[in-house]
Ligand binder design. Structure first.
Ligand code: NAP
Length: 295
């Protein structure tokens, strides 16, 4: 079985290739990226490396040729309408190339929302995938636990963690999503199923402050921010407007409960338990306060 992975130069794609290498021979794997020279670590191990840019659909047909199962990792372009078009073109190219089974990494709670390309593009891609005629599997991901790390380091230094309070969320470690996707890619079945890659527990922002304090071994106070303060901070950091809108919409959905969903899919698909935010932070801070936590 020849399997393919797009976005192999990115964090999740590279993790997925590594997990696939633990499950199948390198000669079964095709790693695809806009700049294949970034994939030397994999070509050295016997993985076939191909060029594929979602803005060049005709090139994608050749990139996908001979692949039986393909994981499509979403691109990172949040300009309104762009990602939906890129993904629709990639799905058409995969079908034209003869790919039999397409696996898409989506988001928990996708929805049509032209004002927020992040959720909207995942929704339209899921619809295009289901209508493609190929066998399909969707792996909806929760919010990355990894996104907490920089804020956690700042909080450990300053003694306070500022966030907008709201519903809890089942943060998931990016490498756990990659491991789950490798499980789908490298084992039979999974057609017509929508999985949810989530962490093992839903945590509030106040519980995250507590987890940082325990992992860092120093007190961290939770400071409540407003949504307006959060937007102003992103704008002051100089992020592009489309990205600010994407992040603000994502955070608002998170506070409304869009990511308050815990499943056992990561453990079921990857064969190992999903890591909690507290375990992740403890590992990355290098302390040993892992046992006995409910986080
Ligand atoms: N759930 C969450 O909390 C969360 C957080 C962040 C991101 N995400 C999503 O998850 C995806 C994977 O995350 P990640 O951490 O692996 O991000 P990443 O490291 O930025 O990787 C993004 C990948 O997309 C590729 N890409 C971008 N535009 C492309 C195009 N036009 N054609 C082909 N490939 C293209 C990049 O290729 P290059 O190396 O050539 O740039 C890279 O391989 C992101 O793209 C984003 O959609 C989710």
């Amino acid at each position: 079985m020849t399997i393919g992975i797009t976005g192999a130069s990115g964090h999740m794609g590279a993790g997925l290739v590594r997990h696939a290498l633990a499950r199948t021979a390198a000669s079964n794997i095709v790693a695809i990226a806009r700049h294949p020279e970034k994939l030397e670590q994999f070509s050295k191990q016997g993985v076939e490396v191909r060029a594929g840019d979602f803005n060049q659909p005709s090139e994608l047909v050749s990139a996908f040729r001979g692949i039986e199962r393909l994981v499509m990792i979403p691109t990172s372009d949040l300009q309104p309408g762009v990602r939906s078009r890129q993904h629709a073109d990639a799905i058409k190219a995969a079908v034209a190339a003869g790919v039999q089974h397409l696996i898409y990494i989506s988001t928990v709670s996708p929805r049509p929302d032209p004002a927020n390309s992040l959720f909207d593009s995942h929704f339209t891609t899921e619809q295009a995938l289901i209508a493609s005629g190929a066998a399909w599997t969707i792996l909806r991901m929760s919010v990355y636990t990894d996104t907490l790390l920089d804020a956690a380091k700042r909080a450990a230094d300053s003694g306070s963690y500022a966030a907008v309070p709201g519903a809890p969320a089942a943060y998931v470690v990016r490498d756990d999503i990659a491991a789950a996707a490798a499980g789908i890619l490298c084992t039979p079945g999974h057609a017509g199923i929508t999985y949810h890659a989530t962490g093992p527990v839903s945590v509030s922002q106040a519980e995250i402050a507590d987890a940082i304090a325990k992992a860092a071994g120093k007190p961290v106070a939770f400071v409540e921010m407003t949504g307006e303060q959060q937007r102003a901070g992103l704008e002051a950091a100089g992020l592009p407007p489309a990205l600010v809108t994407g992040i603000v919409g994502f955070q608002a959905a998170l506070r409304a409960g869009a990511f308050d969903l815990v499943t056992g899919d990561v453990a079921r698909l990857s064969g190992k338990p999903a890591e909690s935010p507290f375990q992740f932070l403890s590992r990355t801070f290098g302390t040993a306060h892992v046992s006995g936590t409910t986080h």
